[in-house]
Design a binder for this molecule. Structure first.
Ligand code: KIV
Length: 271
């Protein structure tokens, strides 16, 4: 059996080998124990405890309010459900922007207080020193380029990135800078698929795409989005693999009507 087979714990080495051998990497987000357990049992390669929890779990407009304590709390819950997948944790806004020392301290805190296997941070050249410092201490770092939601107030929208030549060049250069700084992988969010293809072919570390087309080495989606839990959010890169909003709505309605009608619980459901 190959080293990226079903029962071996996934590491940065596994992901690197998958890229070399042309095996696509599957990744999804999780914020709680039961979802993480189901993802792991299904054979997912990488679970991201994304700061998207600020949107889909906490109901915020942006990811900016998420704290280190919250990321650690969710990562502890997720990790208990995971036996095989690599667990990567988003470093929240202002946990790494201040200085490389601060980034290093907070990355260390995540690895010390949770069983996660790595951290993710957004940005290219401006975080290169932090990436270097963190990886030199043996902590795997995943980069994140293209649409970087923590910079929403700089960009002013969640629109596609890398559509003009200058920005596209900058993203390609940033990917190379992150690789040189020691990142083990890079998320490419909402960029043209041919740009993602160019980046994927020009670096030796795996690219994980979200809205970045099929040429990336792997794909990631926000799990509540792909489960069809949030009908108000349906960008074209999100494929619905279920329609859980409708399933849950019907279940809740049926429960409410059973309770109101005195049909629940029956004798068989009572002691
Ligand atoms: O926070 C998150 O879930 C992410 C993914 C969109 C890659 O960064």
């Amino acid at each position: 059996m190959s080293t990226y087979g079903k029962f071996q714990r996934v590491s940065t080495k596994t992901l690197s080998l998958m890229k070399k051998e042309g095996v696509k990497i599957s990744a999804l987000t999780a914020y709680d124990f039961i979802t993480a357990k189901l993802l792991d049992e299904a054979g997912i390669d990488l679970i991201l405890v994304g700061d998207s929890l600020g949107n889909v779990f906490q109901g915020n407009e942006t990811t900016l309010p998420v704290t280190m304590d919250e990321m650690i709390y969710h990562t502890k819950a997720v990790s208990k459900g995971v036996a095989r997948a690599m667990v990567v944790v988003d470093m929240p806004f202002m946990s790494y922007q201040l200085s490389a020392d601060e980034a290093f301290r907070n990355a260390g805190r995540i690895l010390k207080e949770t069983p996660a296997g790595g951290v993710k941070l957004e940005g290219g050249r401006r975080v290169a020193e932090s990436v270097r410092k963190i990886t030199e201490a043996g902590i795997p770092v995943m980069g994140h380029l293209g649409l970087t939601p923590q910079s929403i107030h700089k960009f002013g929208s969640y629109k596609q990135r890398g559509t003009d030549d200058d920005e596209a060049r900058e993203i390609v250069e940033d990917a190379k800078i992150l690789e040189q700084a020691g990142a083990f992988s890079i998320v490419l969010e909402k960029i043209p698929k041919m740009l993602a293809k160019e980046i994927t072919g020009s670096i030796s570390i795996p690219t994980i795409g979200i809205g970045a087309g099929v040429h990336c080495d792997g794909q990631i989606l926000v799990t509540p989005d792909m489960l069809g839990l949030n009908k108000e959010f349906h960008p074209k890169f999100v494929r619905y693999y279920a329609n859980l909003a409708d399933v849950l709505n019907e279940s809740f309605r049926n429960y409410i009507s059973d309770v109101k009608a005195g049909n629940f619980p029956t004798d068989g459901e009572s002691y």
